[in-house]
Design a protein around this ligand. Structure first.
Ligand code: THU
Length: 131
């Protein structure tokens, strides 16, 4: 699957966002190693802190379905800014993706590609040492 197809899936996912408070809609599409794509959207809550980001919705859906090997993720959002993932989502990505994992951050006029290692260098992993 090429990046543009995965980005298209992220824009489709955005349509399902539940974002009545921020009115900022986010969609994510996660490509698994077997070719399956899991979509996620942001799901807000009246108790704001309970909001789940699009990226984590996609990752948790894939994990719950038994997936463990992943190839790429695309992220799309309403508005013109480039939708880089928040810090919490970056930390969740580190749990499941390798450092060279590609993340496509999409705008209406194109996208940037960035690796997870660039998004979250020197990340926390349980039991990691500097050795
Ligand atoms: N949001 C995401 O879905 N992903 C991110 O990486 C950053 C923020 C959502 C959460 C909330 O619903 C809205 O964007 C505004 O913060």
């Amino acid at each position: 699957m090429n990046p543009n197809e995965l980005i298209e899936a992220a824009f489709q996912a955005l349509e399902h966002a539940h974002a009545p408070y921020s009115e900022y809609r986010v969609g994510a599409a996660l490509l698994c190693a077997d070719g399956t794509v899991f979509k996620g959207c942001n799901v807000e809550n009246a108790s704001y802190g309970l909001t789940n980001c699009a990226e984590r919705t996609a990752i948790f859906s894939a994990i719950a379905a038994g997936q463990r090997e992943f190839a790429a993720m695309a992220i799309a959002a309403s508005g013109d800014s480039t939708p880089y993932p928040c810090g919490a989502c970056r930390q969740v990505m580190v749990e499941f993706f390798q450092q060279d994992f590609p993340v496509y951050v999409a705008r209406s006029d194109g996208h940037d590609t960035i690796t997870l290692g660039k998004l979250l260098p020197n990340s926390f992993k349980f039991g990691d040492t500097d050795a």
